[in-house]
Design a protein around this ligand. Structure first.
Ligand SMILES: *Cc1c(COP(=O)(O)O)cnc(C)c1O
Length: 355
């Protein structure tokens, strides 16, 4: 039997979550963000399930070319634009849309010899201080782009630092509107959190990522409460059982010591699979559909779970690390991280299985 660890991908959940996004942002086009291999779910599997979106947001030219070669004719936006001038040949050949966030990228566009102009998203830094033109740099950048024959259309873009938690995106959005001035402009600002909670930020294009994969961007509202369905279930099985006596320790460093005689299940999943090594004893896990918990340290290829209340469990018993019945957000919270990191950390050696 093959190693039992798999990432089950529910494409109907992806399609369902896209419908939730549509419902919440009726007046906007949807740029489904599929960077990082579709948040770990598999780029093409995700793109097929989300083919009803109006466009796709990716990080690299390679991802964009992969989508084009698979036949997707959608608008495809490079979320950070090009990293070097050589990439403009692929942008031209595959009709990609570009974020432009530096003067260097404007210069590349000005000097490029393209067969046709491309769509440009001009990124404005409204307070996240990561990418984009500062408000005072916008007029000059805009003038250059408006005067550039390689630009087909211009969309104003910004990204929020805290759409999912206080203080929220209001200050950034106010500055964004100020920079845009009174003119009727096409803009794109909303990630999943802003799409769900801040309709005033929707604009022409919303850019949901996380919500499409069925996870909640909010600490105070679950994915289920938002009507979202988890698209990935990371599942495995018990591959060995240990009978511990009170005082016996489990795993590296012996960090968990049995308080009483107990049974422990060894599960095929470790940090080399993308499971967070820092998940502590007590992190939730489901064994045979029942809630249980991790014990001791995560190994490279294995982890240990408590079978005390599961006398029927043994070798072969199914284990869900996250997904159906166990929101990835809960595991992320226990491990001191976010669901984004867990989903995108799935290792190459964990096969995807579309269901
Ligand atoms: C990743 C990304 C998104 C999607 O954010 P979510 O929080 O996953 O919805 C949107 N816009 C940009 C620019 C991004 O890089």
């Amino acid at each position: 039997m093959a190693r039992p660890l798999k990432a089950l991908i529910d494409s109907s959940a992806l399609t369902h979550n896209l419908a939730v996004a549509r419902q919440a942002a009726r007046g906007s086009r949807i740029l489904a963000v599929v960077k990082a291999n579709g948040y770990g779910h598999g780029l093409l599997t995700v793109a097929r399930a989300l083919a009803g979106a109006d466009g796709f947001g990716v990080l690299t030219v390679g991802e964009a070319v992969c989508l084009r070669e698979a036949g997707f004719g959608h608008r495809i936006l490079l979320l950070e634009g090009v990293f070097e001038v050589a990439e403009l040949a692929q942008v031209d050949r595959h009709r990609l849309a570009l974020v432009v966030h530096t003067a260097e990228q404007i210069a590349m566009l000005e000097h490029a010899r393209l067969s046709a102009p491309v769509d440009v998203f001009i990124k404005i830094n409204t307070g996240m201080n990561r990418l984009g033109f500062a408000p005072h740099q916008v007029p000059a950048a805009l003038a250059r782009l408006e005067g550039c024959g390689n630009v087909a259309s211009l969309t104003f873009m910004t990204h929020f630092a805290s759409a999912d938690e206080p203080p929220g995106p209001a200050d950034q959005f106010r500055l964004f509107r100020e920079v845009l001035g009174g003119r009727p402009v096409v803009f794109s600002a909303a990630n999943s959190a802003a799409l769900l909670r801040h309709p005033e930020t929707h604009g022409a294009w919303v850019r949901p990522g996380l919500m499409l994969y069925g996870a909640s961007p909010f600490a105070d509202q679950t994915a289920a409460a938002l009507g979202l369905k988890p698209a990935m279930s990371l599942v495995s099985a018990v591959i060995a059982v240990q009978e511990l006596r009170r005082g016996d320790a489990v795993g590296y460093g012996g960090s968990y010591v049995a308080e009483r005689d107990m049974r422990v299940g060894i599960v095929a999943c470790g940090y080399a699979d993308g499971y967070p090594r820092h998940a502590p004893t007590g992190t939730p896990v489901r064994v045979a559909g029942q809630p249980s918990r991790l014990l001791g340290r995560i190994s490279m290829d294995m982890l240990c779970v408590d079978l005390s209340d599961l006398p029927e469990a043994g070798v072969g018993t199914p284990v869900t690390l996250w997904g159906e019945g166990l929101p990835v957000e809960e595991v992320a919270r226990a491990a001191g991280t976010v669901s984004y990191e867990l989903l995108t950390a799935r290792a190459e050696r964990v096969p995807l299985m579309e269901i």
